[in-house]
Write a protein that binds this ligand. Structure first.
Ligand code: HEM
Length: 149
């Protein structure tokens, strides 16, 4: 098994990066949709229905499968011999950040489901601020995994 993972390493890493790009695209765009849904879409009527449909499809067709793929390929990289040195700091920084990113994903799913029910208690300003969370985490993750401090 270790031999197969070592041979597949560059392919798995490429698939990991493709999955990460897809996941991040959704994590960046869904809060933007929530901003405009809150400020222009309302919670009933045709504009609300269009926003709710776009949010549902983004979450279910792109964001969820991309997160599963990112975790799957990322964990395969973790189990590849010689790739992660747990005595260094970067794997722990990265692990904490990806858990936080997954928490942010879960929060977005909860907000998406609330909009589906025609409910929303969060302001557009709050969604704008929350939009910075994946940006900050992404910067920490990429420096961790590339610079390996
Ligand atoms: C979700 C759980 C994740 C796990 C378990 C994971 C794990 C890993 C591992 C073990 C590597 C290999 C490091 C190496 O080859 O030296 C890697 C590479 C990489 N990861 Fe992740 N990762 C995850 C999520 C993410 C996220 C969310 C991002 C970006 C926001 C990301 C960005 C990258 C990049 C850019 C690389 C390539 C680094 C390089 O080769 O220089 N990963 N990941």
């Amino acid at each position: 098994m270790s031999d197969i993972l070592a041979l597949a390493y560059p392919w798995v890493k490429a698939l990991h990066i493709i999955s990460v790009i897809s996941w991040m695209a959704a994590l960046f765009y869904l809060p933007r949709l929530f901003v405009h849904h809150t400020e222009q879409g309302g919670l009933t009527g045709p504009t609300h229905d269009i926003f709710a449909m776009m949010e549902f499809k983004l979450a279910r067709v792109i964001m969820r499968p991309a997160m599963h793929a990112t975790w799957t390929f990322g964990l395969l990289l973790v189990f590849t011999p010689g790739i992660v040195d747990w005595s260094a700091v970067w794997p722990w920084t990265k692990a904490a950040s990806v858990i936080a990113m997954t928490g942010f994903h879960t929060w977005l799913i909860m907000r998406m489901k609330a909009f589906q029910r025609g409910e929303n208690t969060v302001t557009g300003r709050h969604y704008r601020m929350m939009n910075e969370v994946p940006t900050v985490l992404m910067i920490i993750i990429v420096f961790s995994v590339v610079v390996k401090f």
